[in-house]
Design a protein. Sequence first.
Length: 312
Amino acid sequence: MPRVVITGAAGFIGSHLSEALLDRDFSVVGIDNLLTGDLANIAHLRDRDFQFIRHDVTNYIDVEGDVDFVLHWASPASPIDYLELPIPTLKVGALGTHKALGLAKAKGATFVIASTSEVYGDPLEHPQKETYWGNVNPIGPRGVYDEAKRFAEAITVAYRRYHKVDTKIVRIFNTYGPRMRVRDGRAVPEFISQALANQDVTVFGDGSQTRSFCYISDLVDGIIRLMHSKENDPVNIGNPQEMTIKQMAELIIQMTGSKSRIVYKPLPTDDPKVRQPDITRARTLLGWEPKVSLEQGLGRTIEYFREKTKGS
């Protein structure tokens, strides 16, 4: 039975990864300091081959026994989180990645790093290919996350070249689904929470900025395909179906049957104007592409938030 260590296991993506790997007969060790994670996300895994360790991975990581894979998912990931937690965000991207790579090296394990489309910054190339170096403001408010992930990629590649660790880099584009937090701050959970409460739905700027939204099960499938592949270069995983933020807000209001209206607020500093993955590499190398339609995925996510906010 293969054994995997997942940092950030109590987070949105980490918890889905843990569940999916357990379903594939993996033994899973989940590590999280619960800074932004939630034990409720993994409570249903207690009776399975799942071990939870509460630990800050910016400190030395000690796991007994054999480990076949180390998946480093620990990090604040929402703008409201990394603006409130700038130093922990930088530390987990730098020190946390260093410690997770050290574990993979010590165990002879394959290492998979959760990178992000934010490494492309406010892109001047559209759609974004993995060969694009990005357009990032290192001292802007978003720089703590963007540069933490860019450094994480750099040290990951250094460990592959110098220590011969088998490493994978997944660049994750906007992903949504159940287990996102009600006050996450990102577009889909924010719009759904506001729409279900019949509150004003807040759109920043004029809403013409674009994003591409991938449902969580599709993302997890892509990650697992990558971890089993021989590919070491970065791979974009995301849904190439591009839409404006305003279109997403209107669709969520419609699907929830909400009485909400859209209100507009100033665009945050360095907010990307466009975001769309070129997934040619994922299609070619992994045989992967998203399968869940936006309406299906949003329907499941809205139902989760409806249950989550019931009575609140």
